[in-house]
Write a protein that binds this ligand. Structure first.
Ligand code: HEC
Length: 278
């Protein structure tokens, strides 16, 4: 009898936990898209990539004005010049990337089988420099952001396509990124999830909150507040600081896993990077 109870209870537990344990990235994504679709039935997936400008008409108009002379264009030109200028050894960045680095940005971050870790495009640009005898560049802005802006521009219009291969280490990285996204931090215990998911579309301190799905399509981005370009990890750090939490350090395993999960959320939406935000 005891044995029977045990079996029944085990079965019940597995039924309850099944959807959580077994949900793979694709099932997650479908559920997340459905959530935002239901919350904002008038917004298409492409609309979601316009972030907070979906929720405020005046700001939307101002933003469209700015976009008629996009402030990120200088960065694309600078990035192209940097990308095509040979290193001291005569080689260029193109030698480090498939397709010479053209139209690949929408497929990053990627899980790297060799190291068993997530690699961001920013990290690979620096790896390329080091391999060719150059010093790595600072990760959050400046020259590296310009190079990424140029690379992203060659992917403009391509559907975001971050792959999570069906192997344990890749899935673990994805799950870790997800965990970080849902982790409460700072004195008021906010998770990314609270603002960009639950409260998406509502206002906080004068800012309408953008939706998690669609957020990763336009990085690196020119921000008026920064007076220049910044990478997606610069933005993450900003949000962590704003909630009074100690920001994770750029290009650490945790930050890269967060970027992996968060960018995956925009899969299927056209890349429109670099972008512009206030
Ligand atoms: C207390 C609320 C709050 C929390 C928590 C928060 N953010 Fe934000 N975030 C904002 C606000 C406000 C903005 C600016 C308005 C907007 O674009 O949503 C923003 C903007 C962003 C953007 C830029 C969106 C765009 O369209 O360019 C990204 C990306 C982002 N947050 C990611 C995160 C991540 C990742 C976390 C968790 C580490 C996080 N945020 C936590 C409030 C928050």
């Amino acid at each position: 009898m005891k044995r029977l109870y045990f079996i029944i209870i085990s079965l019940l537990i597995s039924l309850v936990t099944l959807p959580i344990v077994n949900a793979g990235p694709q099932e997650d994504l479908a559920a997340y898209q459905k959530y935002f679709n239901k919350k904002f039935p008038d917004l298409s997936a492409v609309d979601l990539s316009n972030g907070m400008y979906n929720f405020n008409k005046d700001k939307r108009e101002q933003w469209e004005d700015i976009m008629s002379f996009p402030p990120y264009e200088i960065a694309i030109d600078d990035g192209k010049a940097l990308f095509t200028t040979p290193f001291k050894n005569g080689k260029t960045y193109a030698s480090c990337f498939e397709k010479g680095g053209q139209a690949i940005a929408h497929t990053y971050p990627r899980f790297d089988k060799k190291s068993g870790k997530v690699k961001t495009l920013a990290a690979l640009v620096n790896e390329c420099r080091v391999k060719n005898g150059e010093k790595p560049l600072p990760y959050l802005k400046g020259k590296l952001a310009s190079i990424l802006a140029y690379m992203a521009d060659t992917s403009r219009g391509q559907l975001m396509n971050v792959e999570v291969p069906a192997e344990p280490a890749a899935l673990a990285a994805y799950e870790d990124g997800k965990r970080i996204y849902f982790t409460r931090r700072g004195p008021r215990a906010f998770a990314c999830y609270h603002c960009h998911w639950e409260a998406a579309g509502s206002k906080i301190r004068g800012n309408e909150l953008s939706t998690a799905v669609g957020q990763a399509t336009h990085f690196p981005t020119y921000r008026s507040k920064w007076g220049g370009m910044g990478t997606i990890q610069r933005r993450y750090k900003g949000c962590m600081k704003n909630i009074g939490a100690k920001p994770l350090k750029q290009q650490t395993e945790a930050m890269n896993n967060l970027e992996y999960f968060h960018t995956f959320l925009s899969n299927g939406i056209p890349m429109n990077a670099p972008g512009t935000r206030f």
